[in-house]
Design a protein around this ligand. Structure first.
Ligand SMILES: Cc1cc2nc3c(=O)[nH]c(=O)nc-3n(C[C@H](O)[C@H](O)[C@H](O)COP(=O)(O)OP(=O)(O)OC[C@H]3O[C@@H](n4cnc5c(N)ncnc54)[C@H](O)[C@@H]3O)c2cc1C
Length: 453
């Protein structure tokens, strides 16, 4: 059996390492246009900020390691065409220019995503950079050396992580976003306001509700960013305005969402039975709505890559769906979210009820007890949990993983009230704040209790 894999970062590497063990007789070939595999972009801001000094730690595999598993590694090979009828691949060796023709019995599409680059006037100027792969991380580090004024466009989690890194490096940082607040896809306003206030207190300029209209340059290098509301001087711009799935190779050949994300069934199989797909090039089954969503995360990529390998010959293990669970540490604040927020529910037209509680993460008699804010989003009729968000100076983010399981298993807020969680004063309180959210939900609807006779 000939297996071709296109792309080897997280989804591809997960698929390849599993397939090499599961199907030792198979002839596996990996095509990767880059010169490395498995770069952890999640460490990019930490690397830029100097927290990670040895970039080798940001790779958990290498072409040599995969080669040693018996896999043929075609590094710096760009796949340019796939014929899904004849099951052939055309690629170019980016070093020699040589054209390669290959065939496959099974194809694993793990081509991931690429940062969106809007057609803004001046976007081609020098020092307007993207933040995705290892080479781009090194370019950012290099260019930042001579830059004092740094502008980050896009206030999603990558943008805010870079803002923190640049502020810590002593740069003058401006953060621009067309939305009214930062992190608006992950957290509701009461959470993001806390982070924004922290940013402002540190002198970071927030330009929310502003869209970039054009960049201007001096000697070919960017010098100003003009939005619909103002002009900002800058030495360096990092664009982090989202990702688009890299799926042009299969356009019109397999089913996709409108944004080009490949639709896979619960076994990671596309609408072409010989093609499996995983990671950022795919849409994922999203449990809070029961539909498909585009949620490009490394967590989804490694799970899907592993499942594509396991299900390649016959369906064995289903994808359990995702909640889009994510966490962040920005300056002194730890935050995490899973499933729907009040904002995302509104955007999707889903009627929800929200329960917010404030607590301390452990008893007041302890030397420190940090405030915690937890918000749980539920279906008001079924009372099923659909989402949760948390923020604190204490690291209580793992509780959002617990909430992710609650959503996945269809737990109600009433069951959460009485779920067994441990208590130990170092860590929490006799009533865990997750229980308290359930109790609060019940106290808001006392009529749900049976009448005493
Ligand atoms: C700065 C940053 C921080 C992040 N932080 C987190 C985090 O904290 N947690 C989290 O869960 N996720 C995080 N992510 C998201 C995570 O990195 C992605 O979800 C993950 O990289 C997806 O892996 P993938 O293998 O599906 O795709 P990609 O990482 O996009 O890799 C696709 C690979 O395919 C190759 N390729 C594409 N087309 C071709 C072709 N035609 N021929 C040959 N090769 C091709 C590419 O070169 C690439 O190596 C972060 C992303 C960024 C950019």
């Amino acid at each position: 059996m000939k297996i071709a894999v296109i792309g080897s970062t997280h989804a591809g590497t997960a698929a390849v390492t599993n397939m090499a063990k599961l199907y030792p007789e198979a002839d596996i070939t990996v095509y990767e246009r880059n010169d490395n595999v498995s770069f952890l972009s999640c460490g990019l801001a930490l690397y830029v900020g100097g927290v990670v000094n040895d970039p080798q730690g940001l790779f958990y595999s290498s072409p040599e390691e995969l080669q040693n598993l018996g896999v043929t590694m075609k590094m710096q090979h760009d796949v340019e065409h796939i014929d899904t009828v004849r099951r052939t691949i055309e690629a170019t060796n980016l070093v020699t220019g040589e054209k390669i023709h290959d065939t496959y019995d099974k194809l694993i599409m793990t081509t991931g995503s690429w940062p969106v680059t809007p057609p803004i006037e001046g976007i081609g100027l020098d020092n307007i950079l993207l933040a995705k792969n290892y080479h781009q991380a090194n370019t950012i580090i290099e260019r930042a050396k001579d830059a004092q004024k740094v502008t980050v466009v896009g206030a999603g989690y990558i943008g805010v992580e870079l803002v923190e890194a640049f502020e810590k490096a002593g740069k003058d940082v401006t953060l621009i976003d067309g939305a009214g607040r930062i992190l608006n896809k992950y957290l509701d306003e009461e959470f993001t306001t806390m982070v924004e206030n922290d940013f402002k207190a540190r002198g970071i300029e927030l330009a929310m509700n502003e869209t970039v209209q054009h960049f201007e340059g001096t000697n070919g290098s960017v010098s100003t960013v003009t939005t619909n509301s103002g002009t900002y001087e800058t030495d360096l711009v990092i664009l982090c305005v989202g990702f688009r799935p890299n799926t042009d190779l299969l356009k019109g050949k397999v089913d996709m969402l409108d944004n080009g994300a490949i639709k896979v069934n619960e076994y990671m199989q596309t609408s072409d039975p010989d093609i499996f797909a995983a990671g950022d090039c795919c849409a994922v089954p999203y449990n809070p709505t029961g539909g498909h969503m585009y949620i490009p995360l490394a967590t989804n990529a490694v799970r899907m890559g592993t499942l594509a390998a396991r299900n390649l010959i016959e369906p064995t293990m289903k994808h359990v769906g995702t909640q889009g669970t994510s966490g962040l540490h920005i300056f002194d604040l730890n935050m995490a979210s899973t499933g729907l927020t009040e904002t995302s529910a509104q955007l999707l037209g889903i009627h929800v009820k929200n329960i917010t509680i404030e607590d301390t993460h452990r008893p007041a008699f302890m030397p420190t007890a940090e405030k915690v804010m937890l918000k749980v989003t539920i279906n008001p009729d079924s009372r099923r949990i659909l989402g949760a968000q948390i923020i604190s100076k204490a690291d209580v983010t793992q509780s959002i993983n617990t909430m992710s399981v609650c959503i996945q298993t269809g737990m109600t807020i009433d069951e959460l009230a009485y779920t067994d969680f441990f208590f130990q004063p170092h860590f929490n309180q006799p009533w865990n704040f997750l229980n308290k959210a359930g109790l609060e939900a019940q106290s808001q609807e006392p009529q749900r209790l049976p009448e005493l006779v």
